[in-house]
Design a protein around this ligand. Structure first.
Ligand code: THU
Length: 138
């Protein structure tokens, strides 16, 4: 699975976005250690708060099916009904959720055009993170 292919899968997932309030459609594709890919889109809610991001949809789908080891994630976003035109880095909540299951050097693939890929590591997105090990030191 190449980064470019994972970006394509994220774009496919983006077409399923339910975003009537923001009009901003996001797609994610999460590559598991066993090679399986779980995709997700953002799903908004009239009450706003219950909205879930594309990345967490993908992570929760995967974990709920027994996956805990992940190799990479691709994320794309932009105005619904339009091609993407800039990178869509994960929000702070999604960064923390990724950190629960993914190592510091976990690669996050971003794209501004759906074709080219820039890789950023989770530790760059969330430095000095609070993580599971904190609980082990009690
Ligand atoms: N969104 C995501 O799906 N992922 C992110 O990392 C950033 C934001 C969604 C949430 C909301 O439905 C819309 O984008 C606008 O914030």
């Amino acid at each position: 699975m190449t980064p470019e292919k994972l970006i394509l899968l994220a774009q496919e997932a983006r077409t399923m976005s339910y975003c009537p309030y923001s009009g901003f459609a996001v797609g994610a594709a999460l590559l598991c250690a066993d090679g399986k890919v779980y995709t997700g889109c953002n799903i908004e809610n009239a009450a706003f708060g219950p909205t879930i991001c594309a990345e967490r949809t993908a992570v929760f789908k995967a974990v709920s099916e027994g996956q805990r080891e992940f190799a990479a994630i691709a994320v794309v976003g932009g105005m619904a009904g339009q091609e993407i035109s800039r990178e869509c880095p994960p929000c702070g909540v999604c960064r923390q959720v990724l950190r629960e299951f993914c190592a510091d050097d976990f690669p996050v693939y971003l794209s501004r055009d759906g074709k080219t890929v820039r890789t950023i590591l989770l530790k760059e997105l969330l430095p000095e993170s609070f993580r599971a090990e904190q609980h082990l030191s009690r």
